[in-house]
Write a new protein. Sequence first.
Length: 120
Amino acid sequence: MSCGDPHETECGEVLDHLYEFLDNEMAEGDCAKLRVHFDECSPCLEKYGLEQAIKALIKRSCGCDDTPTDLRAKVLARIDSIRTQRPGEVDTSVIEVSAVSVEVTVEGAPGHDSAVATAE
């Protein structure tokens, strides 16, 4: 995506690092470059606002759900098996997780009324 206007930091580079920015995982100098870009580029600012709203909605909607005990036990067992695995050895174990469905609705975002993600 590009707005067509010249910027010190290209739109594609900004969008490639958007989640790092949202998660505060970037160096302050890089964050400053993205802030300058958002001040200059309304399409990227709109994308940032949409992703920020979705992240906040997911946190608010799903943040207080407890992890199922059996899933937690399976994940911890898998981590332990990977830690004890010898170099070159292939672990073929599989963790089964039931389907998860999340529906997100963002009001006021043109062309982005809702999104549904399903993982199996």
